[in-house]
Design a protein around this ligand. Sequence first.
Ligand code: HEC
Length: 554
Amino acid sequence: MRSFSDLFLLFAATILLPAVLLFAADVDTKFHNAPASAKATKNPYQGQDAAAQAGKRLYASNCLSCHGKMGKGTGNVPSLVDGKLDSVAPGEVFWFVTKGDKDNGMPSWAALPAKQRWQIVTYVKSMGTSQNSQGASAPAPPDMSTSKLKAAPPTPPFTDFRYEKPGTVHQITVNDLPQPYATQSAENGPKLVARPDNVWPAAPAGFKVELYASGLDNPRTLRTAPNGDIFLTESDPGRIRVFRGLTSDGKPEQSAIFASGLKQPYGLAFYPPGPDPQWLYVGNTNEVVRFPYHNGDLKASGAPEHIADLPAGGGHWTRAVAFSQDGKKLFVAVGSGSNVDDPDTSPREKNRADILVCDPSNCTLSVYAYGIRNAGGGIAVNPETGELWCSVNERDGLGDNLVPDYITHVQEGGFYGWPWWYMGGHQDPRHQGKHPELKDKAIVPDVLLQPHNASLELAFYEGQQFPAEYKGDIFASEHGSWNKAVRVGYEVIRVPLHQKGDASGDYEDFLTGFVLPDGNVWGRPVGVTVAADGSLLVSDDGSNSIWRVSYSGK
Ligand code: HEC
């Protein structure tokens, strides 16, 4: 077998060398003003596979939080894989990593042993060569260079809409959290405008985005029925729609009203799970109801049957519903009535900020997990592991970069902090001194999202159409911020579960471009579902439409 370095040399000779020769004239030869001695210093581990592997682990613990898993960077953190480093000598990268550039946000790594710094350099240089071909063919993101927003770039790992683009990886950990009130609490709700004709959502290379349906009224949750029909709640007008078939230009062949006259319906789930459901359960804001349903129904054949009362009256009004795989549990997510009122003294918070559970046919609700400010936007059972997952809107009023929204698997009986604690044992300053006994119980969620993202529906990708690496991953809609000085969210993200059903804490921008360079908003993703053909459908209650994302590989 050829060694890594042989292969590397072969690769360099056939592909990189001509490229470097072609473009050498354009390349700035001064890399952060590195001295000539840096360029002359040889990497003692050049091309060694073991060094690159060790470097990969060191990169993950020291560099990934800013430069991203794939090295693509975000915000003011530069990409390490856009080809620029190809013409930079390993010794110069080593010199820069050692020294850092504190004024511009790059730490000094002088404290790491030299051997480790060389290992990281070995890895960083190798990641560029393996990814350039992918990066080059990515579609142009919306042109934010015309943005008139004067705001400074965000401080990684936090970001804002100007720096969201398909494929960009983000990772936030509890170590990144600022102090409460580090910045002011913003009042910055979206100004909705019509989508300009030349603007379209952006997806990663190889994916195509089409307008599936438009002219809807407050489209929210999307669900794919076992027979492939697409169900949608239109919450404001209180109805459920169903779409069937697909025309050659990517539109449904049929659309019908399945039921109407409901009180702010949101969540939808077919029961029992499996190919032959008998009921469609609906989360209205004040109750769970169910309609008789059989494959192929375009209209409910009977009146809604009352299943359970839900606490309603103010605050978060959406009620997400889902069934366990064995059909024995009905989960209902009920968000808080307020931002951060204390349930001990605020009666309206009773049985809110919880995920509730009951037997679907004889429902008496009890608490399954608590301290979850609002999972009413999205819960779903992972088809590979059977675990319940949720997508959560965390609290406001503590500044731009607190508190991260999150996506996590849900532990039965688990406490997720609200309102006294957040992200583990961080006390909310508005509840200083309360419930010390809960400090160690507060669970740190699996995936921290940008604070104020307003994370809503989530769906597991079990389709056959997208590349195999997407299998089992989560897609989630981020409705978009109001409590952040520069908007964030307004996108669909991908949470990789690595074919293991476990999140690693990072997520990736998948469908972006709903905010214009001037900061005005034309679209707001809410629902996501995987259609029978493996394409992804996304409802958008900003432009009142549904988008269809399919993979063509071109
Ligand atoms: C706290 C965030 C942060 C961390 C952690 C971080 N970097 Fe950086 N890095 C930056 C920023 C910001 C810049 C841009 C600095 C500038 O413009 O001078 C940068 C620049 C660089 C550059 C120069 C890229 C170019 O095109 O000019 C390299 C190489 C680099 N970082 C490597 C690393 C490595 C290797 C690690 C881990 C050992 C690391 N960085 C960790 C934020 C970070």
